[in-house]
Design a protein around this ligand. Structure first.
Ligand SMILES: C[S@@+](CC[C@H](N)C(=O)[O-])C[C@H]1O[C@@H](n2cnc3c(N)ncnc32)[C@H](O)[C@@H]1O
Length: 374
C-alpha cells in the first residue's frame, strides 16, 4: 500500500530532518559472482586496475567521500522506512517488502540524480515527455520511481491543472513542491493499488536494474491508465558502443557495461532495456497502441563534433562524475565482491576515459510511448 510520509511544512528534503541515526536495515545477502564466472563474462579482476598507474585525481571531485557522506536521517520519524541500509558506507532505502534498489539515497547521490534529470531532459531537446499530450486533457499523472522528484515537479509546473504523483522506495524527494505534486512511498514491483483508469499519463524514466518483470510493469501501467491515456518509458542500453572502434574491449567503459550486464542477470533485473527491446514488447503485450520510440545516441563525454551532442554528453558526464562511486558501489560490491578501495580505483580509471576525447563512445537512450485505446 502506498504511504505518504511527507510533511508539506518543511522546505527541506526528508533526509535532512534528522536528530539521531536510526538502526540500519540489514544489507542484502547476495553472493558475488565467482572469479570463474567473472572471467567468463569478460570482467577483468580488481588487480588489473590496481596494478595500473592511477590517473590524476581531480581534487574537486574527490572531496565528497563515499564513506559517511550520509549522516543525517529521519530518525525522528520512527519508522523502518527511514532505517536505511548501508553498503560500504553508502545508504540505500529501508525495508519495503522485497524492494532492492541499487541506487544510493544519500545526499551525494541525490545531488547526482538532480544533475541527471537535467542531463536526461537535454537528450530530448528540453522536453519532459515525447508523448503527444493534449494539455487540457491531462488531469492526473503518475511518475514511477521518481528519484530526485524533479521530473514530477517540472511536469507539475508545466501542467498546473494536473495532479502529479511521484513514487519511490526512498523518501528523499523535496517537501517544498508545487501544490499539485505529491510523493508516495511505493515499490513498483509490488501490486499497484491505484484503481483502474486513474491516470492520463504514466511516466517511467530510467528504471534499469530495478524492475523484476517488465511485462507486469506495463500491464500495471495499462490498467491504471485511462482510455486514451499515454504511457512513456525512457530506458538505456547497458552496453557502450563506438562507431569508429575507439572504444576498446577491456577499457574501463567497456567493463562498466559488462558489470552492469552481469549485475542485471544476477539480480534478475536487467539494465539492458534497449538491448531487450522490452519497452516496445511490454507495451504491445499490455495492449497499448500507437507505440513509437526514439533512439538517442548519448555521447560518453564531450568528444562529439556536433555542439549540441557535445553538450548532451557534457551534462551526462557531469551527472555521472557527480557520484561515479555511488553508481558503481552496489554492483561492484554485491556482484563482484570488490572492496571500496578497489571500486574507487576503478572509478578513477573510468573517469579518465570518460574525459578522454579520443574515445568516441556512446550509449543508446530509448524513449518509447504508447496509448491505451479508448
Ligand atoms: C530508477 S532511478 C529513477 C530516476 C528518475 N525516474 C529520473 O528519471 O530522474 C532511481 C530511483 O528509483 C528508485 N527505486 C529503486 N527501486 C525501486 C522500486 N522497486 N520501486 C520504486 N522506486 C524504486 C530509487 O529509490 C531511486 O530513487
Amino acid at each position: 500500500m502506498a504511504t505518504s510520509p511527507k510533511s508539506p511544512k518543511s522546505p527541506e528534503r526528508a533526509t535532512s530532518r534528522a536528530e539521531a541515526p536510526p538502526a540500519p536495515a540489514p544489507a542484502p545477502a547476495i553472493t558475488p559472482l565467482s572469479a570463474e564466472a567473472q572471467t567468463a563474462a569478460g570482467i577483468l579482476p580488481a588487480s588489473h586496475w590496481t596494478a595500473q598507474p592511477l590517473p590524476e585525481e581531480d581534487p574537486g571531485n574527490d572531496t565528497a567521500s563515499t564513506i559517511g557522506s550520509f549522516t543525517s536521517t529521519t530518525a525522528s520519524l520512527a519508522s523502518s522506512i527511514y532505517q536505511y541500509r548501508t553498503i560500504q558506507g553508502r545508504t540505500y532505502h529501508g525495508e519495503m517488502g522485497n524492494a532492492e534498489s541499487w541506487w544510493p539515497n544519500d545526499k551525494r547521490h541525490i545531488d547526482a540524480m538532480e544533475i541527471l534529470h537535467h542531463a536526461l531532459v537535454l537528450q530530448t531537446d528540453g522536453k519532459l515527455y515525447l508523448s503527444p499530450l493534449e494539455k487540457n486533457k491531462v488531469h492526473k499523472v503518475l511518475d514511477i520511481a521518481t528519484g530526485s522528484g524533479l521530473w514530477s515537479i517540472d511536469f507539475a509546473d508545466e501542467f498546473p491543472n494536473a495532479e502529479v504523483i511521484g513514487t519511490d522506495v526512498s523518501p528523499i524527494q523535496p517537501t517544498w513542491v508545487p501544490p499539485n505534486v505529491k510523493f508516495e512511498l511505493d515499490d513498483c514491483n509490488s501490486e499497484w493499488t491505484w484503481p483502474d483508469n486513474t491516470f492520463d499519463f504514466v511516466n517511467m524514466r530510467f528504471l534499469g536494474g530495478i524492475v523484476d518483470d517488465w511485462y507486469a510493469l506495463f500491464q500495471n501501467a495499462y490498467r491504471v491508465c485511462k482510455p486514451g491515456g499515454w504511457v512513456e518509458s525512457s530506458g538505456s542500453s547497458e552496453s557502450f558502443f563506438s562507431h569508429d572502434g575507439t572504444l576498446k574491449e577491456g577499457s574501463a567503459i567497456d567493463q562498466w557495461g559488462k558489470v552492469f550486464q552481469q549485475g542485471g542477470k544476477k539480480l534478475g533485473r536487467t539494465f539492458g532495456i534497449y538491448e531487450a527491446d522490452i519497452q516496445r514488447k511490454g507495451m504491445e503485450a499490455a495492449g497499448f497502441v500507437d507505440i513509437q520510440y526514439r533512439d538517442i545516441e548519448v555521447p560518453v563525454g564531450v568528444w562529439h563534433p556536433d555542439k549540441k551532442a557535445a553538450e548532451r554528453g557534457l551534462w551526462y558526464k557531469l551527472a555521472i562524475e557527480a557520484d561515479v562511486e555511488g553508481y558503481i558501489n552496489y554492483l561492484w560490491n554485491v556482484v563482484l565482491g570488490w572492496t571500496p578501495e578497489e571500486a574507487k580505483v576503478f572509478a578513477r580509471h573510468v573517469k579518465r576515459e570518460w574525459n578522454d576525447p579520443n574515445i568516441h563512445s556512446y550509449f543508446i537512450l530509448r524513449v518509447a510511448w504508447g496509448r491505451k485505446p479508448e
